[in-house]
Ligand binder design. Structure first.
Ligand SMILES: [Zn+2]
Length: 170
């Protein structure tokens, strides 16, 4: 018999702007890993596009309020905030509702830099936040083939799908 399960999907996009003193771009952080780049996300929080997509996938699986509702971008306490806090809160809500994470599959779409060398660290960060082994966390990097805003380096995008099982069945 198949236990009770839920699937959740999350998506996020941030504009990328030059990182300059006083400029609009924040340092580029993806999955908790700082990437070396001359552009970074425009965001109220630290702008971690992958953590935002993962947070919305977790919340979406249970039909909870989304990240924008839980953490308003006009709230002072979210200014520059470490987006790991958002993932932690989503995991807390899921656990409190009697659910656990089975696995996560995510894709980061970014023209430059390639995330390949950082994938291991990103997976480890996510596994730690989700409380699962790294073998249950997959992260893929894709370019946008030079077209549209992402391909021109003006934006970064992330997609995430997560499967939850009622506690004890993961
Ligand atoms: Zn975001």
């Amino acid at each position: 018999m198949i236990g009770q399960m839920r699937i959740g999907h999350g998506y996020d996009l941030h504009r990328l702007e030059p990182i300059a003193p006083g400029g609009p771009g924040r340092p580029l952080i993806v999955g908790g890993v700082r990437l070396d780049h001359d552009r970074g996300p425009v965001a109220h929080s630290d702008g971690d596009v992958l953590y935002h997509a993962v947070t919305d996938a977790l919340l979406g699986a249970l039909g909870l309020e989304d990240i924008g509702q839980l953490f308003p971008d006009d709230a002072a306490e979210n200014e520059g905030r470490d987006s790991a806090d958002f993932v932690r809160e989503a995991v807390r809500l899921i656990s409190a509702s009697g659910w656990g994470v089975v696995n996560l599959d995510a894709t980061v779409v970014l023209e430059r830099p390639r995330i390949g060398a950082s994938k291991g660290a990103i997976r480890a960060n996510l596994a730690g936040l989700l409380g699962v082994g790294v073998e249950r966390v997959n992260v893929k990097g894709k370019s946008h083939e030079g077209v549209d805003a992402i391909g021109e380096g003006r934006a970064i995008e992330a997609h995430a799908v997560v499967l939850l099982a009622s506690a004890g069945q993961g």
